[in-house]
Design a protein around this ligand. Structure first.
Ligand SMILES: C=CC1=C(C)c2cc3[nH]c(cc4nc(cc5[nH]c(cc1n2)c(C)c5CCC(=O)O)C(CCC(=O)O)=C4C)c(C)c3C=C
Ligand SMILES: [Fe+2]
Length: 462
């Protein structure tokens, strides 16, 4: 029998992390895809290495075995009036302080953010409620400091307006295009965007997550939502879709980042002495090491490409990568941004340029965490000259590159049809369900009221 401490550790590692089912998950993928049954989010992790061989970073949704059908649907669509949709996926953020707790609830209720073992899955919502209530005061302080809400919706809408280049390019090919925004945790929700896509009778769809690198917790989570909606609907399950899973390796993105860095370096008195400090949003280590999230590999490759581009321009500064914004009682990717800043200060680094690299819009973690908290920490630690590269937002070269990515992805659109996963049927067995509920409740009671868990909440680790 497992000891209580060991159980707590095991449960802890599932809180804000993906469950240790990777080998089972990978077996599932092989089984499922070989039977051509389902496109699963897990398959999308496997797409990481595939993308490396695919310079455009494009991986069509829908397993290859659907190819024949997809071609059929596609040619059918083209015969009728072809109407292209572009769905921009993003995280979403609270518009007001009042929205913070419900926004956090949506975030923590996501099984790709808090992945509980099967036995505890019925606790997802109560746990999300508990954590969102405990976390909300700290979160609200942050949003209050940046004007009382997240700027994400506004910036994403501006990015859509600036995507005129995309419309012009497609309309020149006689392809009318509609651009939609689907947020994962706040308005306008992905579900709303999809309903609009359906009403507009879109015939081909390109899905573009606004995260340069793929993570289970971001792009993976949004794709899972899409997959769930699409397989329930006859029209959507036949719609040819192309998903651009990651695009950090695109020339236009790398160049745009190098341009911004070069410009900010030029503002320092001695640009060549500045430490280039990339700060990426972290993920729990278990995502990468157990669930196969390609996020860390893609991040490192992304930094390498940007630094190479700077070298091509004669910029040879030292650089480093660290991870910020950890939440909860589990291990996150290291090194941690706050610890590295202190170390650099102690080592005598005097000038530092911070570069947010996992997200393309200004948000709470750039405007509050980097600009306020980390800046203060850096200055206290001995760094004298601080700079921060702005997020790409609507930088023209970046938006043009996204438009190109969409145009390149269009021909590979395939139907995303996917019947229900067999394993989900287990939950319909009433005896199994009752047994699970009984033992799950006892275990949950013991674990959540253990001193260690209570301490984690009291110390505001969430
Ligand atoms: C690539 C980007 C992101 C990854 C990876 C990511 C993973 C991740 N995030 C949390 C928990 C929180 N994230 C929060 C806000 C937030 N996260 C991202 C991006 C990534 N998250 C963005 C852009 C934002 C900001 C949205 C905005 O309103 O401006 C929050 C809320 C803020 C707070 O309380 O700190 C939480 C909580 C986890 C647990 C996770 C990986 C498992
Ligand atoms: Fe986050």
């Amino acid at each position: 029998m497992l000891k209580l401490g060991c159980l707590i550790d095991r449960l802890g590692s599932h809180i804000v992390s993906v469950s240790c089912q990777s080998s089972e998950g990978l077996n599932n993928v092989n089984r499922v895809s070989s039977q051509a049954l389902a496109y699963t989010v897990r398959e999308s992790y496997l797409c990481g290495p595939v993308q490396r061989r695919n310079p455009a970073g494009i991986c069509a949704a829908g397993v290859a075995t659907y190819g024949e059908n997809a071609v059929e649907y596609e040619s059918h669509a083209q015969a009728a009036e072809d109407k292209v949709g572009v769905l921009l996926l993003n995280l979403g953020g609270p518009d007001t302080l009042h929205d913070v707790q419900p926004f956090l609830f949506n975030l923590f209720a996501d099984p790709d953010i808090i992945r509980l073992p099967r036995l505890f899955r019925f606790l997802q919502w109560p746990l999300a409620k508990l954590i969102s209530v405990v976390r909300a005061p700290k979160s609200k302080e942050g949003y209050a400091a940046i004007g009382g809400g997240s700027p994400l919706r506004k910036i994403t809408d501006e990015q859509v307006e600036h995507a005129q280049a995309l419309k012009t390019a497609l309309e020149a090919k006689n392809l009318p295009v509609n651009v939609y925004v689907g947020m994962r945790y706040w308005y306008p929700f992905t579900e709303e965007a999809v309903q609009q896509i359906k009403r507009d009778r879109i015939t081909r769809l390109v899905v573009l997550p606004l995260y340069p690198q793929f993570s289970i917790s971001t792009t993976g989570s949004s794709i899972r939502v899409l997959q769930n909606i699409f397989r329930e609907d006859a029209y959507l399950s036949r719609l040819p879709v192309s998903i651009i899973r990651s695009w950090y390796q695109r020339e236009g993105y790398v160049n745009s980042m190098a341009d911004l860095i070069q410009k900010e370096l030029g503002k320092f008195q001695k640009p060549e002495e500045v430490m280039i400090f990339f700060s990426a949003h972290g993920v729990p280590v278990s995502y990468v090491e157990k669930a196969g999230d390609p996020y860390r590999d893609q991040m490192e490759e992304c930094i390498y490409l940007i630094m190479q581009r700077l070298k091509d321009r004669g910029i040879n500064n030292d650089h480093t990568l660290a991870y910020q914004s950890r939440v909860g009682p589990v291990k996150w990717l290291k090194p941690y941004t706050d610890e590295v800043l202190v170390e650099l200060g102690q080592k005598g680094v005097k000038s530092l340029l911070a570069i947010p690299v996992s997200f393309v819009s200004e948000h709470i973690e750039t405007l509050e965490e980097i600009d306020m908290e980390y800046k203060e920490l850096a200055l206290e630690s001995g760094i004298e000259n601080w700079g921060r590269v702005p997020a790409l937002n609507c930088t023209p070269s970046f938006i043009t590159d996204l438009a190109d990515a969409v145009i390149e992805a269009l021909p590979s659109a395939l139907a995303m049809s996917a019947p229900k996963n067999i394993s989900q049927e287990d939950d319909h067995n009433p005896v199994r369900y009752a047994i699970k509920m009984f033992f799950g409740s006892i275990l949950a009671f013991v674990l959540f009221f253990s001193p260690r868990m209570i301490n984690a909440f009291r110390n505001q680790l969430f």
